[in-house]
Design a protein around this ligand. Structure first.
Ligand code: ATP
Ligand code: MG
Length: 134
């Protein structure tokens, strides 16, 4: 069984969509093995998105990710990493397919409701970033 990290971002929390997103996740056969609410600091958000250091959108992304609480979740399923990326849909909700989380709950490329690890290396790093063990 593979594990991946999901984050319910501040826009989805603020809009009251956390439970609906978790329900969609479990309805698609993912097991929630860890779950925590966090208020990220700017330092944590920059470290978490270290791959985007120097990109023009990083300051906006950090401001957004620290604008309110998030829920961080470890999901488990066969092929969880790709499966969760598929269920989330494209980064830009306008490009996301019907039925995906970002189509249903995202409002813009920045405010796109959820995060998902994009590789096995990212999943391992991101799970360890938030949890001692998963
Ligand atoms: P995430 O890492 O949050 O799951 P992703 O892997 O689909 O999203 P990335 O390329 O890793 O997309 O970008 C991280 C986040 O930065 C995106 O979710 C989005 O909110 C924001 N972002 C990326 N590119 C842009 C952009 N050109 N303009 C504004 N925001 C952007
Ligand atoms: Mg990414």
């Amino acid at each position: 069984m593979e594990k991946t990290l999901a984050i319910i971002k501040p826009d989805a929390m603020q809009a009251g969509n956390a439970f609906a997103i978790l329900e969609l996740i479990t309805n698609h056969g993912f097991k929630i093995v860890r779950l925590a609410e966090k208020q990220l600091t700017a330092y944590q958000a920059e470290e978490f998105y270290a791959e985007h250091k120097g990109r023009p959108f990083l300051p906006e992304l950090v401001t957004f990710m620290t604008s309110g609480p998030v829920v961080v979740v470890v999901l488990e399923k066969d092929n969880a990493i790709l499966g969760w990326r598929d269920l989330m849909g494209a980064t830009d909700p306008a490009q996301a397919h019907e039925g995906t989380v970002r189509k249903l709950f995202g409002t813009s490329k920045g405010n796109n409701a959820t995060h998902g690890s994009d590789s096995q290396a990212s999943a391992a790093r991101e799970i360890a970033f938030f949890f001692d063990r998963a």
